[in-house]
Design a protein around this ligand. Structure first.
Ligand code: 9UX
Length: 72
């Protein structure tokens, strides 16, 4: 049930933005690990699909003010 999804995140200007996104994602039940790279503007999230969906992860990022697109 463990999956990895990748999001493209627009609008991150500094390393604190990436921390904010990582922290916000990791606060969701079902998220095991979230790592966000500023250089590539990508987030890689390891999650349990029984608890949360990729679509919900995308909305979680949008919720804190960043535009996100599901890559895989
Ligand atoms: Mo950095 Mo991001 O100063 O919302 S925290 S730009």
């Amino acid at each position: 049930y463990i999956l990895i999804c990748r999001l493209h995140i627009k609008g991150m200007a500094c390393k604190y933005c990436t921390s904010t996104v990582e922290f916000a994602l990791q606060a969701y039940p079902g998220v095991q690990r979230a790592s966000v790279a500023l250089a590539t503007e990508e987030a890689e999230i390891r999650y349990d699909r029984r608890i949360i969906s990729a679509k919900q992860l995308l909305h979680a990022v949008e919720e804190i003010g960043f535009e996100a697109i599901l890559i895989t």
